[in-house]
Ligand binder design. Structure first.
Ligand SMILES: [Zn+2]
Length: 278
């Protein structure tokens, strides 16, 4: 209680002209995208996709290339904007369904061949499930490591940030799939994100892989602190959180690294404390 009374709002000490960092070698959204998805990542996908197809002994496979994976990536982005009922419909002979912007780039068979072999990591060097170092996200790790670095490298967030969870819809079987019955998207991947409040840029993120063993205690506290530590400390950023995350110990720990917290109080705290001005 006493500590809460003592919190004083402090002026932001970070870069007030927040946004893409300078000098940034880009002048368009596509060029910014290419900064956060660097060529090295595409080269890695080319190498691992060809390796996987070789390991599987695919008949009739011909090796993919940097240019083809870039085109594949572009088509996937397009498919996120122009949505049809099923992947095969993009290549339909029915002109009401087919999307020439896709069929001009890929024949149907090659698109599905790439989709079926796309890999980012070598399966043969994965740590087995019964090993303590088993990584549920091993197959995505090169992508995650790159994006977690470049998202922060090329952008300076403003003073006000928010931490929240985000469900990305996902079907099929994969190890970090979550079921959240109360959410609009009930099945998929849960991602903890720290974003800039004014422009919604995702500055830092973690993928939730499920509680290990018994329920992970202090999960919400750990997540916010992990994401908060990606910000420059002692610059008086403010992190806004909802009652899933907020607690007085968390606000105190944020304050200790020069970050303010603002959250709706958890129900348990409402019972124990009267509201205070801080
Ligand atoms: Zn912003």
């Amino acid at each position: 209680m006493d500590e809460a009374h003592n919190v004083q709002y402090q002026q932001f000490l970070g870069d007030s002209a927040h946004g893409p960092t300078e000098p940034l070698d880009c002048s368009s959204p596509v060029e910014f995208f290419e900064q956060v998805w660097p060529d090295a990542l595409i080269h890695g996908i080319v190498e691992e996709t060809n390796r996987y197809a070789g390991q599987q002994g695919r008949m009739h496979w011909h090796d993919t290339t940097f240019e083809e994976i870039k085109a594949f990536q572009g088509v996937l982005v397009l498919m996120g904007i122009h949505i049809v009922p099923a992947f095969k419909d993009y290549f339909s002979s029915d002109e009401l369904l087919s999307v020439p912007a896709v069929t001009k780039v890929f024949p149907k068979n090659r698109f599905f061949e790439l989709r079926g072999n796309l890999h980012l990591a070598d399966n043969e060097t994965a740590v087995p499930r019964d090993d303590p170092n088993y990584d549920k996200l091993y197959k995505l790790r090169p992508l995650l490591n790159t994006l977690q670095t470049t998202f922060r490298q090329y952008f300076e967030p403003g003073q006000n940030c928010a931490v929240d969870e985000h469900m990305v819809k996902g079907k099929g079987r994969y190890p970090c799939k979550q079921y959240m019955p109360a959410k609009p998207i009930k099945r998929g991947t849960k991602i903890w994100e720290l974003g800039c409040s004014c422009c919604a840029y995702i500055y830092a993120f973690q993928i939730y892989t499920g509680a290990e063993g018994n329920r992970e205690h202090g999960l919400s506290h750990r997540v916010v602190m992990d994401l908060a530590r990606t910000l420059n400390p002692m610059q008086n950023h403010v992190i806004y959180i909802d009652n899933f995350f907020s607690s007085f110990p968390l606000l105190k720990n944020l304050n200790a690294i020069g970050i303010f917290g603002c959250g709706t109080p958890p129900h348990s705290a409402v019972k124990r404390y009267t509201l205070v001005r801080c």
